[in-house]
Design a protein around this ligand. Sequence first.
Ligand SMILES: Nc1ncnc2c1ncn2[C@@H]1O[C@H](COP(=O)(O)OP(=O)(O)OP(=O)(O)O)[C@@H](O)[C@H]1O
Ligand SMILES: [Mg+2]
Length: 261
Amino acid sequence: MLMTRGAAPLLRVESIVKRFRQGAATIDALQDASLTVDEGEFVAVMGSSGCGKSTLMHVIAGLTRPDSGRVLIGDQDLFSLSDRRLTKFRHERIGLVFQAFNLIPTLTAEANIALPLLAAGRSNAMEERLNDLIERIGLTSRREHLPDSLSGGEQQRVAIARAIVQDPAIVLADEPTGSLDSNNGQAVCQLLYELSQERRRTIIVVTHEPSVAAWADRVVVMKDGRVQAEFDASTRFEPQELAARYQAALHAPTSLPTPAV
Ligand SMILES: Nc1ncnc2c1ncn2[C@@H]1O[C@H](COP(=O)(O)OP(=O)(O)OP(=O)(O)O)[C@@H](O)[C@H]1O
Ligand SMILES: [Mg+2]
């Protein structure tokens, strides 16, 4: 099931292997994981607990060096960079969102969002973008609130705004709705969806929830440290239909073609 996609690939993950040593045991978290994602594409990554989804996100984010394989974002080979340059690249080009919102409790919503701008200094253009963003996430009236006084959904929208305030090429979200109720979860999905649709941002969301994956253009199914299968979801399946396709893909023999060299 080879998918022809229109745009140029923004992300290329090539044959990633990542092992963790735990005492005498070795855990093969990623075993030859490969994935290509186009600019502006919204991809959902699904798979059973422990199959390597978070490890893959950490590798794509440049937070974990793989034992072998390459990650290219645009033309940049992440792991050919020194640690210092990789950190700089990550701050400029990659937005990260996690299940725990990781907001700084003593800073207002606005200050949390603006945090990544501190290093660069807050220019007028950045000030404008910040205002835009706060309006876009629907938190104009809450910008001076501390995270504690925001709902979970609001906190996650702040975390997403913080992840995109630098205008990154790619946004990686690891179970961003995992600690939200379904209304707040859907609001977060809507925000990510709009980013991909209107602003051509590349989005990768790890999720266990079919109602979250249903927002994606494509669903990537991982198993045992590999991408086992993928299917097009751009026709916007109902969550139930998506769940059925996910189960079928998970249990089918590997359906990915061998990539042409
Ligand atoms: N830092 C680490 N040290 C040792 N083992 C690790 C480490 N990080 C992950 N692992 C192991 O690697 C495997 C993949 O973990 P990972 O967190 O990527 O799974 P996951 O698909 O995100 O699971 P979940 O859906 O539960 O979040 C697991 O067996 C996990 O125990
Ligand atoms: Mg995980």
